[in-house]
Design a protein around this ligand. Structure first.
Ligand SMILES: [Zn+2]
Length: 133
């Protein structure tokens, strides 16, 4: 990852003369590489004010989504469990239930790709291992 520094076009703040420093991560349009961009602002800069509002709004929305997820997930988990109990011969139901259970064990993290592979390998083994296709 490379790093760039930018003088704010709105307030003209620099590394030597600023009230705030913002570091963002993005993609370099020319190379496609990830790049950090360091920009300075004065406290009265309109671009800085807009960035602050967007950041606070984003944080508020993320918190709301998190609370909503924690409120509805237990009921959805129970419905999946009930549905899977009626489909005991289905590898689809068993795999989905296992993935839901893994996610439900901790809603603060993602079920990782390697955990998905482990579950799906178990319920859908390669052909020749007696897996119905
Ligand atoms: Zn600025």
């Amino acid at each position: 990852m490379s790093a760039k520094e930018e003088i704010c076009p709105d307030c003209g703040a620099s590394a030597m003369d600023n009230d705030a420093r913002i570091i963002t991560v993005g993609k370099d349009q020319a190379t496609g590489d990830r790049v950090t961009v360091e920009t300075w602002h004065h406290e009265t800069c309109p671009a800085y004010t807009v960035q602050q509002i967007l950041m606070e709004d984003g944080a508020r929305r993320a918190k709301e989504r998190d609370e909503q997820t924690k409120a509805v997930f237990p009921e959805i988990r129970a419905r999946v469990k009930n549905a899977a109990a009626k489909s005991t011969d289905s590898p689809f139901a068993a795999a989905l239930l296992e993935l839901v259970e893994q996610q439900g064990a901790d809603l603060g993290r993602f079920v990782t790709a390697d955990q998905w592979v482990e579950v799906l390998e178990r319920h859908f083994p390669p052909a020749g291992d007696g897996c119905p296709e």
